[in-house]
Design a protein. Sequence first.
Lengths: 407, 95
Amino acid sequence: MRRAVVTGIGVLCAIGRNLAEFRDSLRLGRDGASPLHNPEPGGAAWNMRFTTAAQVRDYNAIDHFDPKAADMLDRFAQFAVIAGREAIRNSGIEWTPELRESTAIVTGSCIGGQSTEDKGFVEVYRRGRPRPHPMTIPKTMANAGASALAMEFGITGPSFTVATACASSNHAIGLAANMVRTGMCDVALAGGSEATFSEGVLLAWEAMRVVSPTICRPFSKERNGMMLGEGAAMLVIESLEHARARGAQPLAEIAGVGMSSDAHHVTQPSAEGAARAISRALADARLAPEAIGYVNAHGTGTTVNDATETWAIHLAFGGHAERLAVSSTKSMHGHTLGAAGAIESAAAILALREQFIPPTIHYGEADPECDLDYVPNESRAWNGEYAISNSFAFGGLNAVLALRRLA
Amino acid sequence: MASQPTHAGQDSVTDRVLKIIADNQKKDVSVVTVESSFEELNIDSMDAVNIVFALENEFNVNVPDEEMKNIRSVRDIVEGMHKLVAESPDGPKAA
């Protein structure tokens, strides 16, 4: 089987408008939280229990797209294109007709363009308009980001979108890596994007009571929920031979992909299911648990996730668990849902390349149920070759990537 | 308020239609005329649907599907809107 390597990364989220800013923020432990910018002035979402979020600030679509193109794309699809542009620019790929045909696009998104849909439904249900805008359907479709990327770069290979809630982009990257490994394509642009801040979607999250009304503190005893975020990350993945042949410098290898289903409960995660995905990623990479130095955790900050994930890490790593550095970068960039796996894979690759572990910020009191090293509050230097990045979705669908540093 | 469609009223419908087309195509209204072709304004089939949606809201009218199929030019849109506005219960008021 061929080896799949990452040669370009693009990121856009609350703590970085590009990869360099994102790296600096991870190193400094920057908090992406700020007062929630509510999309519907005077709407019901003004009275929500949570008032902060990790939103992309000072974003103007027309800084990135011509005004007509901006109208045609939901914010989530715009984010996908912006991150894709950076990833492709950084990869140094030069397109030929043949390469365009042998390049795939696999994106992940949890809710797609539901913000557009929500705005359309406000017009219909609240304002009595006869119908929502005609672009509602094509802007809402979850593959809008993948399609926009294909059109932007003329990529004509296999392209599709994966929707597995909060694991979407880990599934997307894992599938894309396996498509490269098995020769289905030479290059893949893979990742995820999300833009979740519309009135109805926010109220639906509030109704679940999983968003912190105060501060997101993953793995801390006083944790009380997640912080919603938005953004995108895209990776250029290609076979090692292809990267070498064009003289590209690989940033990391996607050495293993592990997936599993809990078959347990729609919202309660199962440690066994998560552990199985971790163990499969390690087996796929032919790694012993002891090879791993860093775990970029799913780490949402909810009571149940963090304790269950801790137990899963114990199950998968045995005695090595206590020697792992485990951090939740969601404490900084928020839970970006379908973009989470991609943004966190980017964080894990940066950790490998630059040999620092990003912290879990706002870490407070230790919880006996979360008894690992969570790299509290400050990044630290390390010396390691392998990391994993965990994503566990509502509905019990898990995807884990094993990443290798390539010097 | 005019009790019947006047020349000025008809111009107003035309101007509003041209402005909506210009807004949708992100073009200055000065380049959009009744004689403009769809090609000149880069209006594709999806744009036409978006423009008609905006016109329906602007004039509070309903453009039937079969009329949609006959729209090939700015002139078709302008003439069609004049006809619909005249037939509309809001008719002269909308204009």
